[in-house]
Design a protein around this ligand. Structure first.
Ligand SMILES: Nc1ncnc2c1ncn2[C@@H]1O[C@H](COP(=O)(O)OP(=O)(O)OP(=O)(O)O)[C@@H](O)[C@H]1O
Ligand SMILES: [Mg+2]
Length: 150
């Protein structure tokens, strides 16, 4: 487990960029936190660090998913806030995501479809800023976090 203070939006984006350096095909990153906690901001920093700062990373609030073609693997950015039932995930291409990386806002809405092996990121308000907690679940993630936060 890793706790981090994020004093500004830039620090949230920078954490995303830092996590991007760890990512491998098949990874799942679940982003927990209330409305406005900074989930999309973190994903924006992550994707722009891979694809460049000019890449637009909208919140997939209505589309529910946005796909990005990375140099090594595709990335899917899900926002499941408005999904009606977990059964609708198939229509969003959920089954393709092991071929790349899945970044998931409102992951609890995926129910039993959420993979057990994943990185959980919890974001919450803290004064004017945010606090992040990273929790490794399953094979390999803890070792990778340890490399990042030596
Ligand atoms: N560390 C931070 N300190 C202060 N403000 C921040 C920080 N990180 C992000 N923000 C701000 O929080 C606001 C909401 O961020 P964001 O849209 O990423 O939230 P979200 O968790 O994706 O919300 P939603 O659940 O609605 O999708 C943005 O205005 C962003 O600039
Ligand atoms: Mg969001």
């Amino acid at each position: 487990m890793q706790n981090l203070d994020l004093a500004s939006e830039d620090e949230t984006r920078a954490l995303g960029a830092r996590l991007a350096t760890l990512l491998q095909r098949g990874d799942v990153v679940a982003l927990h936190g209330d409305l406005g906690a900074g989930k999309t901001t973190l994903v924006r920093g992550l994707i722009q660090s891979i694809l460049g700062p000019a890449t637009e990373v909208p919140s997939p609030t209505y589309a529910l998913v946005q796909m990005y073609e990375g140099p090594s693997f595709p990335l899917w950015h899900f926002d499941l806030y408005r999904i009606e039932q977990a059964g609708d995930l198939q229509e969003l291409g959920w089954d393709d995501t092991p071929g790349g990386v899945a970044l998931i806002e409102w992951p609890q809405r995926a129910g039993a479809h959420l993979p057990e092996n994943r990185l959980d990121v919890f974001l919450q308000n803290s004064g004017e800023g945010r606090r992040a907690r990273l929790e490794a679940r399953g094979e390999g993630w803890q070792e990778r976090l340890d490399e990042l936060f030596v």
